[in-house]
Write a protein that binds this ligand. Structure first.
Ligand SMILES: C[S@@+](CC[C@H](N)C(=O)[O-])C[C@H]1O[C@@H](n2cnc3c(N)ncnc32)[C@H](O)[C@@H]1O
Length: 208
């Protein structure tokens, strides 16, 4: 008889953690390969500046980012949930992971000596995160990104109408010159749209 694996199958980690922390996980299923490819295709890969993926979960998007990443580009995954981070490390051995809150991105990058951050791929459940937390995380991203940096994320289609009118979307429009989105990735549960923001507008007097 085959032995029982000590580790849960990859697909069950997000579901289990969703049951324990629904608003933090925000999804029942991990993202599909189709969404992973769409995210990786949307990244403008920097040569030297780092790429940070936040909310990496068990690595559904991460594996596609790593496959597309130029070899010299530093990569750091940030994940709040210890079980997800553990599964991520198991699935993608050697990956650099920090278990922490995206809201602490500035101090994480300083501590980890990441250097300039050229892109943040924030694969978090933005539409279910409480507003004050959204603001904290977005401000940390804006503070950390290089002036020519890029922010990417996805939004599930059922949340789009509300999300477009949210304070988060308003703050993005204030903060970036260009916000583009791809077509709906139907091969994902639920279907999702990838957004890419570029052309950071710094507040006058910002020294970062
Ligand atoms: C919807 S799941 C997505 C997982 C994976 N990126 C994917 O697309 O399958 C959201 C992930 O964001 C993580 N997360 C939620 N809030 C976070 C925060 N403040 N900082 C870092 N990660 C966070 C959750 O633990 C969860 O793993």
């Amino acid at each position: 008889m085959p032995k029982k694996s000590a580790t849960a199958p990859a697909d069950s980690t997000i579901l289990r953690q969703f049951v324990a922390r629904p608003r933090e996980i925000g999804a029942v299923w991990r993202s599909s390969p189709a969404l992973g490819v769409a995210m990786a295709d949307a990244v403008r890969w920097p040569d030297k500046a780092a790429v940070v993926e936040a909310g990496a979960g068990d690595g559904a998007i991460t594996e596609h980012l790593l496959a597309a990443k130029p070899p010299e580009t530093p990569f750091l995954a940030v994940e709040l949930n210890r079980m997800c981070a553990h599964e991520l490390a198991r699935r993608l051995p050697g990956i650099r992971i920090v278990v922490d809150d995206l809201a602490n991105l500035c101090s994480i990058c300083a501590r980890e000596e990441v250097g300039e951050v050229g892109a943040v791929v924030a694969t978090l459940p933005w539409s279910v995160v409480p507003e004050d937390k959204q603001t904290g995380m977005l401000e940390a991203i804006l503070e950390t990104l290089a002036p020519d940096g890029q922010l990417l994320f996805y939004i599930y289609i059922q949340a789009l109408p509300f999300w477009r009118r949210s304070p988060f979307a308003r703050r993005l429009h204030e903060s970036f010159e260009t916000i583009e989105h791809g077509s709906v990735v139907w091969k994902n549960v639920p279907p999702a749209v990838v957004f890419s923001c570029r052309g950071l507008r710094r507040a006058p007097g910002h020294t970062g």
